[in-house]
Design a protein around this ligand. Sequence first.
Ligand code: G3P
Length: 218
Amino acid sequence: MKFFLDTANLHEIREAVELGVLDGVTTNPSLMAKEGIRGLDNVMAHYRQICELVDGDVSAEVIATDYDGIVREGEALAELHPSIVVKVPMIRDGIKAIKYFAEKGIKTNCTLIFTAGQALLAAKAGATYVSPFVGRLDDIGQDGLQLVEQIVQIFSNYGYPTEVLAASVRHVPHLIQCAEIGADVVTCPLSVISGLLNHPLTDKGLATFLADHKRVNA
Ligand code: G3P
């Protein structure tokens, strides 16, 4: 399973790269705003910086919601760096644009997926990734992981090459269950990846090992 970091924060990206387990990055307009990145030139420069830090796909989201605008923005993003994946919202013109990008060999990530039908449509249009939002479905009392499971099953039934990128992954159990289900990718904050390191018995066991070593080597 690939680990993507869901952030536009360069320090967090550097930290995950240093850990040696990062396969890519996803961003969205909210995450860019959180870092205070504004203005087209700054946005483009920031994406370039992210691409230079990470050896893997970097999702950069279009703002336009009409076909011509999505195509124009997506082509400009794709020209920035070979790692760029154009993130396109799950809307009618988005699906048409994904088809266009697929024919041109431009990678896409269809975002804001909340049903298996939306995922199927994006796969048929040729999306490279679909992003079901696990946490946001949980937030409204639905089962986000069940959606991931459904999409994995459907894509496997028909051999779609589209990868299931579980997004809005909020905590370690989410990530582990995505791995059990067979999601191709999870994208999450650094805290979730760091959370995989932890268990109190690991800390306790290490403290005992070191204390015993010190006792006989003092
Ligand atoms: O990748 C989508 C993600 O940024 C949404 O996460 O936690 O805002 O639902 P969240």
